[in-house]
Design a protein around this ligand. Sequence first.
Ligand SMILES: C[S@@+](CC[C@H](N)C(=O)[O-])C[C@H]1O[C@@H](n2cnc3c(N)ncnc32)[C@H](O)[C@@H]1O
Length: 153
Amino acid sequence: MGIEYIAGRPSSHLLKWVDLIASSAPGPILDAPCGKGRNSVPCAEPMITGSLRPLEVDLLRPNLPFVPNSFGAVLNVHLVVPSLARRLASLVRPGGFLYVESFENRGGNYLQLPKSGELRGQFPDFEFLAHVEKKAGPRSADAVTFYCLARKR
Ligand SMILES: C[S@@+](CC[C@H](N)C(=O)[O-])C[C@H]1O[C@@H](n2cnc3c(N)ncnc32)[C@H](O)[C@@H]1O
């Protein structure tokens, strides 16, 4: 059984950007939360010095145990908390990447999803290379699922 099998199938949206992220990230890549590492594995593989180091951290505590501007890329997949995305963004070095992806729209979970454009407006110090939104929930909700890749200026 290979590590890929244990980790699960990576995000198909993220896979489009993995080569760019792994080859150009100016430092280590943080996958927060990583779950079983389904997205960490493809990011580590293309890197010559790629290795995986699991950490146990409560991501919702006010202060993350990481130094600002210390990561070449940060992934935040399927744990949608705007304040977390902002804190993770502060960890990215200039020239580094922030990839954020929401969960799929199912049942009433649109209530936890942002409004259209809401996330993008929170990262003025990033240039967006991709930002795809899809309407979620009833029209009145103005909620969207999304994925985005942005590079810190
Ligand atoms: C839906 S999974 C996504 C994991 C991974 N990003 C992926 O795409 O496979 C959400 C993860 O968030 C983790 N999680 C939830 N609350 C957390 C917290 N306060 N601190 C750290 N991790 C948390 C859960 O343990 C779970 O692994």
